[in-house]
Write a protein that binds this ligand. Structure first.
Ligand code: SGN
Ligand code: CA
Length: 507
């Protein structure tokens, strides 16, 4: 009898281990401000991202993945909770506080037996909940010798370059894991956030390219009041010293917070490299503001792409690790950014607007056990959809309060469920972008700006993909306008965004 019981217990134990092993592992790599325009898998001719492309070759490239609120903290809060900003409480970076006691997909997975962690940039404070392990950058973090805080509350300055440190920490954590448990970890990269400080070994990698100006670089913002007043213009808001590292003197450079953290040998490499850039700048006798702006644009692109090099390389290290440990087949890997970014479109850098370049985010997913190779998907999806999808894939019930729609059906080769995208941006500070909310059905987009600008905008993306022609109040499109307003109202009601409803009703 005893023997039988032991046998039974052992069989049950190995059975439950088997079930646990069948659950997919989940790795979500979230970069910061990385644009699809600079990812070769998305057809970029100006950038090469071989490791990100590797995920696409082995999985799905999502052409229409969007964020709920195009800003770092709010976007990550939606990813974690599956809820819009007005429900998870993290509306902007400047005033919001993220309540970590609320539920998240990581908490649900942990309850279901997953080992969970967040490593790198999170930007939602530094006392996370729901993770067995975390080791996160303090706020935005620094490119060199960055400071981290872990779940024991220990603060540490780590020596080196941020992208290397983050992937090393991730691999170290993976090495500590109990092989019988599935894992879920989120790896938050700092790159490619402003002010684009490359690893010195990547200086020169993109310097010989000549970057063509986007077609609408010289936008006059006709009939777009919010676009007119923003402060994210390459011509006037991208700074020669802070952004492009051209300082009046080395003493000035040393005062800048990114530089004083560097070790002396990195500082010397920076000095030497940017001395050449300054020489080039000095040698130009800029005859008019346009020439200077176009020179700044080239330098912006170079620094941005050189910064992305290390991140791509480090993504490769994590993929190699999964291969080496035979984990690739049963691991879902998602690569995404917290939002898109302007690479000169409308004359801009930064994000925030509901226009495509910042509303859309790159998103690529691999899961060899279930996903066929090299698929491209045009179905709509949003950041809030990731939480319910991961839960469904892990066989965990999706909590009621989650607002996102699972896209598991897309992964399985079917159509997605989503036919509308709802957006709400709140921050009313740096870069002077008026708060706004709106809907898009993939072809038409309606936006309502409020606070400092009270205005509506309406676009037909099939005819006007660059969003240059605001059709709002154009009599030819009055029925479209009505239709889109109805859709917006329905969506505001469905998502219970009472603040948006008040503004909608008042206008
Ligand atoms: C900082 C940047 C801004 C950027 C925000 C938000 N300025 O304030 O350019 O828009 O972060 O970025 S900087 O002086 O720090 O470079 S986010 O990724 O956190 O949303
Ligand atoms: Ca960001």
């Amino acid at each position: 009898m005893n023997k039988f019981l032991t046998f039974l217990t052992l069989s049950l134990l190995s059975f439950s281990t088997l079930i646990a092993q069948q659950k997919p592992n989940i790795v979500i790599i979230v970069s910061d401000d990385h644009s699809y325009q600079t990812i070769s898998a998305y057809g970029s001719k100006i950038a090469s991202t071989p490791n990100i492309d590797r995920i696409a070759k082995e999985g799905i490239l999502f052409n229409r993945a969007y964020v709920n609120n195009s800003l770092c903290g709010p976007s990550r809060a939606s990813l974690l909770t599956g809820k819009y900003s007005h429900k998870n409480g993290y509306k902007d970076n400047e005033k919001s506080h993220f309540d970590h006691s609320q539920n998240s997909f990581a908490k649900e997975l942990r309850k279901a037996g997953y080992s969970t962690s967040w490593i790198g940039k999170q930007h939602l404070g530094d006392t996370l909940e729901g993770f067995d392990y975390f080791d996160v950058l303090i706020n935005q973090g620094s490119y060199f010798n960055p400071e981290f805080k872990n779940q024991k509350g220990e603060l540490r300055i780590e020596k080196g370059y941020v992208s290397d440190i983050i992937s090393e920490k991730a691999i170290n954590w993976l090495n500590t894991l109990n092989k019988d448990k599935p894992f879920c970890f989120i790896l938050g990269h700092k790159a490619t956030h402003r002010s684009w400080h490359p690893d010195p070994q990547d200086f020169g990698k993109n310097d010989r390219k000549k970057f063509p100006l986007p077609e609408n670089f010289y936008d006059n913002y006709d009939k777009r009041e919010a676009a007119k007043i923003q402060e994210m213009q390459i011509s006037k808001d991208l700074l020669l010293d802070y952004d492009l590292k051209i300082f009046k003197s080395e003493e000035e450079r040393d005062k800048e917070h990114n530089f004083y953290r560097m070790d002396i040998d990195d500082k010397q490499k920076y000095r030497a490299y940017y001395a050449k850039v300054k020489k080039d700048y000095d040698s130009h006798q800029f005859k008019n503001p346009k020439e200077l702006t176009e020179w700044k644009y080239q330098r912006y692109m170079i620094d941005y792409l050189n910064t992305a090099e290390s991140m791509d390389r480090n993504i490769g290290k994590v993929l190699d690790y999964l291969d080496d440990k035979n984990l690739t087949d049963n691991t879902v890997v998602i690569y995404m950014s917290d939002q898109g970014f302007y690479m000169g479109e409308h004359g801009w850098f930064d994000k925030r607007f509901m226009y495509e370049e910042s509303f859309r985010t790159p998103m690529i997913m691999r899961y060899p056990q279930k996903i066929k190779k090299s698929r491209e998907v045009n179905d709509l999806l949003m950041t809030v959809d990731i939480a319910p999808t991961m839960l469904e894939m892990a066989g965990v019930e999706v909590p009621q309060e989650i607002q996102g729609e699972s896209f598991k059906s897309i992964i399985e080769g079917d159509k997605g469920k989503r036919d509308i995208l709802y957006y709400h941006y709140y921050e009313d500070g740096i870069h002077n972008v008026a708060p706004h909310f709106g809907v898009s059905d993939g072809r038409y987009k309606l936006i309502r700006f409020y606070n400092k600008i009270n205005a509506w905008e309406l676009y037909d993306l099939s005819r006007d993909p660059r969003e240059m022609k605001n059709l709002y109040n154009d009599p030819k499109h009055s029925s479209l306008q009505k239709r889109m307003k109805k859709k917006l109202k329905l969506e505001i009601q469905k998502q219970e965004d009472s603040e948006a409803m008040l503004i909608f009703e008042a206008s």
